[in-house]
Design a protein around this ligand. Structure first.
Ligand code: S3P
Length: 447
């Protein structure tokens, strides 16, 4: 599905049911962990976005058999690989891998390759080349892996394992699931258990999938609000992995319902506690949110989230909720502007290292559609009582800024033009089709 690069979104009420794509975080892991299993693993429900396809292509370059076919809006198929055995990169000559726009591919593949003894050179597009990799390079070096990066902190990142990695006891300075996952995936190939600590808990998808695959992974959030995870080395064993739908994609429709005129139902979402911060924030703002649990999906809780229009007060998102709502903060800013009391986001300096500097990007987006917001070093303050008034937003290669801008067009009083919209293909190629299905009015300006 190709996504147009210039669109104009017209105001219109949105309502209805929408099946969002498979969860992006889970989809990456649903490809990488099976690649270590040494036998065929059936996978289903994967996101069909470019980020996940970049991970699939990287694994193929490393000699893993990855067959994926369209299954409705999802991808399903089989992964069969023995990354810990012989194959491309095992002789020390790095395999070139293009991660495109995907930070998750780059950071997790670095750890996976390091643990499996495969040399890789990980690179990506202009946005990815601006994002830090020193946070991943440092623990891999501690494990005895040779790692090179541009200016020692930016992609391309070259990972050259020298035999089996050493077990590490690593204190990450950032609460990042990507860093934690890179350490855990590398530790699978070590000769003794490893420990990774962080200043706060982050999404635990890697831990859950590895545990499901028979790996001894212990720990998690600590009583003092930090996180500590211990992992024993080993080969994961899986028959199949089924991925729940993406709560970060659904957040656009949740905000549409909370600020708009109609009810939106999003079935089958991943409801991992590490991902429900935006739902909590909308509730704290007074939104009418109903969650119906539907059971377990390969070690992850899943269920339906229904949001109905309501009067929104203000909210503060800070502390541990930030990591739990990390990718949803741009669209929550829009909800905050349209609420009575506004939204304050603190402790979110990590937003500066996403697909774009999302603190600056959110403030610029709101200004471009005629709304006020103040930039802070670690977040932003959005006054309430505002409504998007139309304008033109340039996305700076950031899919979540692009989709938030489109929603501002639907929820506002005048059309919003979005330039650089094609970046949405990285996570949600069907976004415009879903917007139209819910009643949105889309004008394609390409060509
Ligand atoms: C992700 C972790 C988050 C998130 C990203 C996906 C993951 O980043 O922003 O979109 O799949 O592990 P952090 O590494 O900052 O937690």
């Amino acid at each position: 599905m190709t996504v147009p690069d210039r669109v104009r979104i017209h105001p219109s009420p949105l309502a209805g049911d929408v099946l969002v794509p498979g969860d992006k975080s889970l989809s990456h892991r649903a490809l990488m962990v099976p690649a270590l299993c040494g036998g065929p693993v059936a996978v289903a429900g994967l996101a069909a976005g470019a980020d996940v396809l970049a991970t699939a292509a990287a694994l193929r370059a490393l000699g893993v058999r990855v067959t994926l076919e369209r299954d409705g809006i999802d991808l399903a198929g089989e992964v069969e690989g023995d990354l810990g055995g012989p194959g491309p990169g095992a002789d020390g000559g790095p395999v070139a891998v293009d991660c495109g726009n995907s930070g998750t591919s780059l950071r997790l593949l670095a750890g996976l390759a390091a643990g499996a003894g495969r040399a890789v050179r990980l690179d990506g597009d202009a946005s990815l080349r601006r994002r830090p990799v020193d946070r991943v390079a440092a623990p891999l070096r501690a494990a005895g892996v040779v790692v090179e990066a541009r200016d020692d902190r930016l992609p391309p990142l070259v990972v050259r394992p020298a035999g089996r990695p050493r077990a590490v006891s690593w204190d990450s300075p950032v609460a990042s699931a990507q860093v934690k996952s890179a350490v855990l995936l590398c530790a699978l190939g070590a000769d003794a258990p490893s420990v990774v600590r962080a200043p706060a808990p982050s999404r635990d998808h890697t831990e859950r999938l590895l545990r499901h695959a028979g790996i001894a992974v212990d720990g998690g959030p600590t009583p003092d609000g930090r996180e500590e995870v211990t992992i024993a080395p080993g080969r994961p064993r899986l028959d199949h992995v089924e991925v729940a739908r993406d709560p970060s994609a659904a957040a656009f429709w949740h905000v549409a319902a909370a600020c708009g005129a109609g009810r939106v139902v999003t079935p089958d979402l991943c409801l991992n506690e590490g991902r429900t911060g935006a739902i909590d924030a909308l509730r704290a703002m007074g939104a009418d949110v109903r969650v119906t649990a539907a059971g377990d999906r390969t070690g992850e809780p899943a269920g339906t989230v229904t949001v109905a229009p309501g009067s929104l007060t203000g909210a503060v998102v800070a502390g541990t909720t930030v990591v739990r709502a990390l990718d949803e903060l741009p669209v929550l800013a829009l909800a905050g502007a349209m609420s009575d009391g506004g939204l304050e986001v603190r402790d979110a300096a990590e937003l500066r290292h996403k697909e774009s500097d999302r603190i600056r990007g959110v403030v610029a987006l709101l200004a471009a559609v005629g709304m006020r917001a103040d930039e802070r070093p670690d977040g932003f303050l959005v006054p309430g009582g505002q409504r998007p008034g139309g304008g033109r937003v340039v996305t700076d290669g950031d899919h979540r800024i692009a989709m938030t801008a489109a929603l501002a067009g639907a929820l506002g009083t005048a059309p919003v033009e979005v330039a650089g919209f094609a970046t949405v293909a990285s996570s949600y190629p069907g976004f415009l089709a879903d917007l139209e299905r819910l009643g949105g009015r889309v004008e394609v300006l390409d060509g």
